[in-house]
Design a protein around this ligand. Structure first.
Ligand SMILES: N[C@@H](CCC(=O)N[C@@H](CS)C(=O)NCC(=O)O)C(=O)O
Length: 262
């Protein structure tokens, strides 16, 4: 049995849910409420001492790291194969996988300078202090605090926009000759990248690609038309929540320093 410890609106969780949907695998949900800090509780720290989601439990064996989980899931059956068989395409797919660490860090900066900033600012000083104390990664604590304190004025935000522009440029290059990132066939690379695009779409800042990357814009329309987009997101984030996040995202990023992206 497959059980996924995941967060409703966590990009890394969306990434794994996207692959589960593309593969048509059935799974059980163990929802971890990140805003409430459930990932910092002792029982979850036994599942993942790094205090992050997602974690896959396959018949009692735990697998961590979303990119690794995605490839693991693909290997479970042959009905739909998302990992290409050609070694060169596999290498290219894994480069996308490695790059997701940077994409994640960048969307995380936009997330915690906008709607998750509001979630943190609503907490009491005592609650916040307890949260910082419980987070095992103290560098992450410093970054999150900076984003909470300075919002879109944080030093991390222009760096994030610049790296996300690079992500789009890399995608535009890859899409020059085919519809999908590795060629004519949809693959794990497309499924993984969809999660980051989903977050930016939720934040209402699609202009990052719509302003200058036509092939990425067409790719986004294609991934949004796949049933996996709805399956991986709709049960966990209703339209009202997406509209709320989008309003905050637009407000945060137009008000400050980045009109060229919007
Ligand atoms: N490299 C990890 C990153 C996991 C990660 O950072 N997950 C975020 C949600 S997308 C999280 O759990 N954040 C908790 C926190 O920020 O305290 C992966 O890809 O699985």
């Amino acid at each position: 049995m497959l059980t996924l410890y995941h967060g409703a609106n966590s990009v890394c969780s969306v990434k794994v849910r996207m692959v589960l949907a593309e593969k048509g695998l059935s799974w059980e949900s163990r929802h971890i409420d990140l805003p409430k800090g459930e990932h910092l509780r002792p029982d979850y720290l036994k599942i993942n001492p790094r205090a992050v989601v997602p974690v896959l439990d396959h018949d009692g064996v735990l697998i961590r790291e979303s990119t690794v989980i995605c490839e693991y899931l693909d290997g479970l059956d042959d009905a739909v194969r998302l990992v290409p068989s050609d070694p060169l395409l596999q290498a290219r797919m894994r480069i996308w996988g490695v790059n997701t660490a940077e994409y994640h860090d960048s969307v995380n900066s936009l997330t915690f300078s906008s709607f998750q900033r509001q979630m943190l600012l609503a907490k009491s000083p005592e609650e916040l202090e307890a949260r910082w104390q419980a987070m095992p990664d103290k560098i992450r604590v410093r970054k999150t605090r900076d984003l909470m304190e300075h919002g879109a004025g944080s030093v991390f935000v222009p760096a994030a926009f610049s790296k996300l522009q690079r992500m789009c440029a890399e995608m535009e290059d890859a899409l020059a000759e085919h519809d999908w990132l590795l060629g004519p066939d949809y693959s794990l690379a497309d499924a993984m990248l969809t999660a980051y695009v989903f977050r930016l779409h939720c934040l209402g800042i699609q202009a990052i690609w719509e302003s200058r990357f036509p092939l990425v814009t067409a790719w986004v329309a294609r991934v949004m038309a796949r049933p996996s987009w709805q399956a991986a997101t709709a049960p966990w984030l209703d339209a009202a929540e997406v509209a709320r996040i989008s309003a905050i995202g637009r407000e945060t990023f137009t008000k400050y320093a980045f009109p060229e992206f919007l």
